[in-house]
Design a protein around this ligand. Sequence first.
Ligand code: MN
Length: 205
Amino acid sequence: MFTLPELDYSYDALEPHIDAKTMEIHHSKHHQAYVDNLNTALAGKDDLLAMSIEDLCQNLDKVPEDVRTAVRNNGGGHYNHSQYWKYMIKDGKALANEELQKDLEATFGSMDGFKEAFAKAGMGRFGSGWVWLIQDGAKLTIVSTPNQDNPLMDTEADLANRNILLGCDVWEHAYYLKHQNKRADYLATWWNVVNWETVAQNYKK
Ligand code: MN
């Protein structure tokens, strides 16, 4: 069975950038529903229930067709949100990894250039989805995925050489109470709570 992870911080920790009510609903209702629906979809399928959520996302072809869409949506929702909570922390945490900083600057021109490209990808996602910073081989790349998909599900990619560093939820439920329709405002203020220590830990040299 999959379970809802606890947050490392309180629901109001990310104020004023992300409000407490949004965090509470997002974690205790939305994420909980992905977990519950995933467990329901996989009821009785003990081999699949025993997989890690990463493995499940990477092996959707092993999921019976009649529940594959439910597992894709809710398994993706569970993986994505479990990561998203870890990408954030009260007051943010600065990037202290020189190698990653140099890589970001070389790839995107500057740190601001990286943030602009990330926001552009988030703004370019029509409807609901996610924007990610990944390492594709040795190269830092920004990608966006629809719904609750994530880069682990891209079976065309060489997953052995693919690594997710950071991801941001651009579903309206992540920002609507505070920022209403202004996704750009959410994406701009989000950097204030990003835990760059987590991003640096995810970075593979
Ligand atoms: Mn969400």
